[in-house]
Design a protein around this ligand. Structure first.
Ligand code: BG6
Ligand code: MG
Length: 214
């Protein structure tokens, strides 16, 4: 029986995926290249440094470790500028309602995000109070598709992986959930989130009652 819900943040609860995309694109442009929205899908769910490596490879650019750190910092400064201005209005359609329903139904809830900026986002959008545990980029050492972030989430909720459902918009995140032994609900496109147990366009398309059918 499902007792715990593990939520990815970017692209599931809030629309920060577009801010990540804007900041990476801006960085790529400073190096004289650009990349597509489809390529951007590959950046979803993976860590900042792993994202940078992919972006640099697309531009055929080589950088030293020191230069990479400076580039990642620049990207993050631009990103933080955008998320500092976020408001509760940027919670994705249906997400707030779903979190409220789930809380009322007694599910335990954890955040399972790759981001090191989750605290800022949760604070500005007023979502922090829903979570019994927060596992993010500051507390994991392996990036999705490694299941570490969700295994830690389940553990902090004192639940077995099989008792948990993961909500994810990234292919890497769905793979992480399945490797961890959890159910996975994809938020987005069926053709991209192939391994998910169920895919919906947004949390607004889902009711807490659907969790019993998984
Ligand atoms: C994930 C995003 O939630 O966080 C990725 O989907 C991002 O695109 C990753 O790279 C790390 O985020 P941050 O905020 O630590 O740079
Ligand atoms: Mg995401």
């Amino acid at each position: 029986k499902i007792k715990g819900l593990l939520f990815d943040l970017d692209g599931v609860l809030v629309d920060t995926a577009v801010y990540h995309y804007k900041a990476w694109l801006r960085l790529a442009k400073t190096m004289g290249f650009t990349f597509s929205e489809l390529q951007n899908e590959e950046l979803k769910g993976i860590s900042r440094m792993d994202s940078l490596d992919k972006v640099l490879a697309w531009g055929n650019v080589q950088k030293s470790a020191e230069e990479k750190l400076a580039l990642a910092t620049q990207k993050n400064d631009w990103y933080v500028e955008m998320i500092n201005k976020m408001t509760p209005a940027e919670v994705l359609p249906g997400a707030l309602n779903f979190l409220q329903q789930a809380k009322q139904a007694g599910y335990k809830m954890a955040l399972g995000s790759a981001s090191k900026n989750s605290a800022t986002i949760l604070k500005n959008t007023n979502l922090a109070h829903f979570f019994d545990a927060i596992v993010d980029g500051n507390s994991v050492s392996k990036s999705k598709p490694d299941p570490e972030v969700f295994l830690k989430g389940a553990q902090e909720l004192a639940l077995q992986p099989q008792q948990c459902v993961v909500f994810e918009d990234a292919e890497a995140g769905i793979i992480a959930a399945k490797r961890g032994g959890m159910k996975a609900i994809g938020i987005g496109d069926k053709n991209i989130l192939k391994q998910a147990d169920k895919v919906v366009a947004g949390l607004g398309q889902l009711s807490v009652k659907n969790l019993e059918e998984l």
